[in-house]
Design a protein around this ligand. Structure first.
Ligand code: FAD
Length: 489
């Protein structure tokens, strides 16, 4: 039996472990934290519980595929329900718009609230579906760095569909050409933030993202997002994967450009296959001691990070959904602040996630709500920036007070704040970026780190900082690409 080592028990690390264990490998996972999940983690504050990181769940098929591969009944581990409304949008002019997951309902809602013709929306989503199915799927399911991929017939087909304009024009520019109403443009611009990018810079190729939400659907995993991590962990254990928690890997061992294993807890563990599920930058800098390669990675812009307020709110708000967005009134300036001036914006777009809406009484006491409140923030070092964070908190509260016509502050019963420095400390994501590198340039997809090392045989990379990118669905796809590559060699 061949050995394989996985560094990090994030979703991609666990998915790699499951795939290799099913194929007959003896897999060992080393995780520096006390529990699996990485960015998918949980926080308890008094009687309130919170998912600490990701909250939007799309493409559940990626998880079902793992259970099918493992021959285990998913319903024994994990279940989820479809949502009718992906997100409720609040604008400063008083418009409140429901982002239905059904394309026709969304188009009618947008037409009714903004006057934008419904056909403009249905046509946009129809084109998004075509682009995703012809081009997106292919690029997200294969390594962009293998010769085999480029010889693969569907890739050539995908390239034929990918119009150059989708790479050369920004998402905002395309959306401004598709819609007349600024609120609708803003709504579809927002999808650039799904991989931590700036819609005024990121290529129009990202227009395929809303297809996932408004054609394929948004889901709520029962028990919250943490249940995804727990389900993968249980499945990995059933398949014989061995986990070492509280055990950071210190080095990747190599000899004559061939990986030998890792050092963890001052012991050597040997394996001909090592998969790094941690930020590629940290892999080079600390585990390989290759400062030159690490610096090369920094040439690519990091995705945005976040400032998060976990609030136990002593009241229930019927006006809110599971996912809510309170849009900035100066969206372009918000992205300039984040990516150009590397500052928090004074009128930030505020995201509020409340899992108590789906499971009342489970994540918050009856009649109360667990608010995960997040604003986009530049990735960076926030140590000692207390005043900046306090100012942001005041801006967020003012905005929510204004748009919900209430006074939030006295309702906050529990509070914890997480900044990009905290995200880096907990999940070893450099500068706290949520999605690795940004997609703010037409070439970003091609510049993202490959799923394998070109110079060290047997070393592979899976997770949010490498191809195809951040977010749970893409991380799970990176695991499929890595496993495919290992099992192919
Ligand atoms: P990670 O989660 O990055 O885990 C890596 C693991 O490696 C960690 O457990 C870490 O402790 C461990 N590790 C690090 N160094 C070492 C070492 N030396 N030795 C051993 N272990 C080590 N995605 C979505 O799909 N939807 C969302 O709504 C969404 N929102 C987000 C909101 C926030 C606030 C954040 C932070 C992320 C969000 N994301 C979202 C992104 C998503 O969470 C990530 O892309 C994904 O979870 C990353 O998974 P990963 O496999 O790359 O591993």
């Amino acid at each position: 039996q061949q050995n394989a080592i996985v560094i990090g028990a994030g979703v991609a690390g666990m998915a790699c472990a499951i795939r290799l264990a099913v194929a007959g490998y003896a897999v060992t996972v080393f995780e520096k934290n006390a529990a699996p999940g990485g960015k998918l983690s949980q926080l308890q504050l008094g009687n309130y519980s919170f998912d600490t990181g990701p909250s939007l769940f799309t493409e559940p098929g990626n998880i079902a595929a793992l259970f099918a591969l493992a021959g285990e009944p998913m319903q024994d581990y994990f279940s989820y329900e479809p949502l009718a409304i992906a997100c409720r949008y609040f604008y400063e002019d008083g418009t409140v718009l429901d982002g239905f997951t059904n394309a026709q309902l969304l188009a009618e809602e947008i037409a009714q609230k903004t006057g934008e013709p419904a056909t403009a929306v249905t046509q946009y989503l129809h084109t998004a579906a075509g682009l995703y199915n012809s081009t997106g799927k292919i690029f997200l399911q294969h390594s962009l760095h293998s010769r085999k991929t480029w010889l693969h017939a569907p890739i050539r087909e995908a390239l034929r569909h990918a119009r150059p304009a989708y790479l050369l024009k920004s998402l905002h520019r395309l959306n401004s050409q598709c819609f007349n109403d600024a609120r609708v443009v803003q709504l579809f611009n927002r999808f650039a933030t799904y991989n931590g990018s700036n819609p005024y810079k990121a290529p129009a190729m990202l227009r395929m993202i809303p297809h996932l939400e408004h054609n394929e659907g948004v889901f709520y995993p029962k028990g919250g997002m943490i249940s995804i991590a727990n389900a993968l962990y249980r499945l990995a254990c059933v398949k014989g994967v061995v986990f070492h928690f509280n055990t950071p890997v210190q080095h990747i061992l190599q000899q004559q450009n061939r990986v030998q294993g890792v050092t963890a807890g001052n012991r050597h563990y040997y394996a001909p296959v090592v998969i790094s599920n941690i930020d590629a930058y940290f892999t080079y800098k600390y585990l390989l001691g290759n400062e030159v390669a690490a610096q090369r990675l920094l040439k690519q812009e990091r995705s945005s990070s976040a400032l998060i307020f976990y609030w136990g709110i002593g009241k229930s708000f019927p006006a809110l959904q599971l996912h809510n967005i309170f849009f900035s009134n100066s969206y372009r300036e918000e992205f300039e602040a984040i990516f150009k001036h590397r500052q928090l914006h004074s009128d930030p777009t505020v995201y509020v996630n409340i899992t108590a809406k789906c499971e009342p009484g489970l994540h918050a006491p009856a009649g109360k709500e667990n608010w995960f409140v997040m604003v986009n923030a530049p990735a960076g070092d926030y140590a000692g920036h207390e005043q900046v964070k306090q100012q942001c908190r005041a801006n967020v509260i003012q905005k929510l007070n204004r748009l919900l016509q209430t006074d939030i502050e006295p309702l906050i019963e529990e509070e914890q704040v997480m900044d990009p420095t905290g995200i880096e400390a907990q999940t070893a994501s450099y500068m706290g970026s949520l999605y690795g590198t940004s997609s703010n340039s037409p070439m970003a997809a091609f510049l993202r780190h490959p799923n394998f090392s070109r110079s060290i045989k047997g070393l592979y990379f899976a997770g949010g900082s490498v191809h195809p990118g951040g977010g749970i669905p893409l991380c799970l796809r990176s695991a499929a690409i890595v496993a495919g590559k290992i099992l192919d060699t």
